[in-house]
Design a binder for this molecule. Structure first.
Ligand code: ADP
Ligand code: ZN
Ligand code: MG
Length: 476
């Protein structure tokens, strides 16, 4: 039987506010355990939460960028569960009235475009972090993370393959990067993704039994986990096994998913309104102000790059995928006319360097001015395109300006005709036999002569000029 995969993603995003969601504790990463806690985030009796306005504004910003509607009345709820990472025994979250709902994100998977509906975006607080020292019979808990502002972004089950899930996450991260509300670092846990997946016979409209996948620490991991899980579910149905609704963990080492627990239902959490935070109304003016202040988002930038710089849609898409990368391109384009050339360098050698070094354009340390200077050196034939590639690598490696690398390595190409003429004459008189061969019709002999000239100049002669001058002299 032919099955189709149904996927819905829940992304948890740590907002990069200075203080926690409901208290004044610092959100700084990597501080000594439990050094950033207070009676509120530790749940001492009598302490009262106060909503962090910045976290709220960030949430509205994300909601609007994801085309969501904003709830008229904002209310928080308590999600109750008993676990050591939660000192209050409840998490402040939003249940039946999320801050925003009914949005969408457009993705392109290959050549296809698809709209993924956003079910809800709501604000909640993070739990503490449990650590289980290897070989010990105890666990440790760090409450520094407890109470950090989290945004939960939930899609409808609109994704129909692991690739689409990957493309959605990439697009979402790109948008979030533009909004500057989070560092979106999966390794640091500031962006986490749980994936819900089920399969059903193609054509069936009822949803199948879903499994929630956790513990993936990269987008690639999400994709691999979903691929494994979709195959497992199809195989289970083929074996007449009954699928159960459960939470499964992705095992990065073994590349499999393992059952963790049967999934709890909403009623298990005994949700009820948070009595310590009064419901409130966000006035339209505030919302419109945030909307007006939204930055130009990736899609709008792509369209503009196509129009303004004559780039292909594909190139514009790649360049705008990251806000810093897009900004870098524009800075270069302001002082260098050929946008396509800039795009080629950025998307070729420079992007390759970013990938191998796992660095953003900023961390690469190559200034836009430096790159433009390099491109101009190629245009003026001061260096060849091949040399420029070497210079670029060296500049990135040593964090030196490309112009300085060229100078230090004495790489400047010889484009001075009189100098090249000298060398050509020397080679012609030295290689009389080859020259005679050439004149007797053995045209391929010219390659040898060019090789000799390049050798004399240690590869620095401008090849175009060498060719031209040599032919002229041989013709005489
Ligand atoms: P829960 O109440 O279990 O958290 P939700 O309705 O909030 O379930 O959905 C959580 C996520 O699971 C959403 O992203 C949703 O799109 C997705 N989802 C729901 N049902 C299915 C299903 N049968 N198969 C795949 N994904 C699903
Ligand atoms: Zn606190
Ligand atoms: Mg849910």
């Amino acid at each position: 039987m032919n099955y189709e995969t149904v996927i819905g993603l829940e992304v948890h995003l740590q907002l990069s506010t200075n203080t926690k969601a409901f208290c004044g504790c610092s959100t700084k990463f990597g501080q000594p355990p439990n050094s950033q806690t207070c009676p509120v985030c530790l749940g001492f009796p009598g302490s009262l939460p106060v909503l962090n306005e910045e976290a709220f504004n960030y949430a509205i910003k994300v909601a609007l960028a994801l085309n969501c509607k904003i709830q008229d009345l904002i209310k928080f709820d308590r999600k109750n569960y008993y676990y050591p990472d939660l000192p209050k025994n409840f998490q402040i979250s939003q249940y039946d009235m999320p801050l925003s709902y009914d949005g969408f994100v457009d993705i392109s998977s290959g050549a296809k475009r698809k709209r993924i509906r956003i079910k809800r975006v709501h604000l909640e607080e993070d739990a503490g972090k449990l650590m289980h020292p290897a070989g010990e019979n105890y666990s440790l808990v760090d409450y520094n993370r407890g109470g950090m502002p989290l945004l939960e972004i939930v899609t409808e089950p609109d994704l129909s393959s692991p690739e689409e899930a990957y493309d959605y996450l990439t697009k979402l991260k790109s948008i979030l990067g533009y909004l500057k509300v989070s560092d979106c670092d999966m390794e640091k846990g500031s962006l986490r993704c749980d994936a819900n997946i089920s399969v059903r016979p193609r054509g069936e409209t009822k949803l199948g039994t879903k499994v929630e996948l956790k513990n993936m620490n990269s987008f690639k991991g999400v994709k691999l986990g979903l691929e494994y899980e979709s195959k497992r579910q199809v195989a289970a149905i083929g074996d007449n096994e009954k699928l159960v609704q459960e939470t499964r963990l992705w095992d990065v080492e073994k590349n499999i998913t393992v059952s963790m627990r049967s999934k709890e239902e909403a009623q298990d959490y005994r949700y009820f309104p948070e009595p310590d935070l009064v419901p409130f109304v966000v006035d339209k003016i505030t919302i419109e102000k945030v909307r007006k202040d939204l930055p130009e988002l990736p899609e709008a930038k792509t369209d503009r790059f196509v129009k303004e710089f004559g780039l292909s849609e594909y190139d514009a898409n790649v360049l705008t995928s990251d806000v810093d990368f897009a900004g870098y391109f524009e800075t270069c384009a302001r002082s260098y006319k050929n946008a396509k050339t800039i795009a080629n360098w950025l998307m070729g050698d420079i992007m390759a360097q970013m990938n191998t070094r796992n660095a953003g354009i900023k961390e690469l340390g190559l200034t836009a001015d430096g790159l433009v200077a390099l491109l101009k050196m190629i245009d003026s034939q001061a260096i060849s395109g091949k040399m420029a590639k070497e210079v670029l690598l060296e500049a990135i490696e040593t964090k030196k300006d490309p112009a300085i690398v060229v100078k230090e390595k004495g790489l400047s190409q010889i484009s001075d005709s009189s100098k090249i003429e000298e060398v050509v004459s020397v080679v012609i008189s030295r290689e009389a036999k080859t020259v005679a061969d050439y004149k007797n019709g053995k045209k391929a002999a010219i390659t040898f002569l060019i090789g000799q000239i390049m050798k004399e100049t240690r590869g620095k002669a401008n090849p175009g000029l060498v060719n031209e001058i040599l032919k002229k002299k041989l013709g005489e």
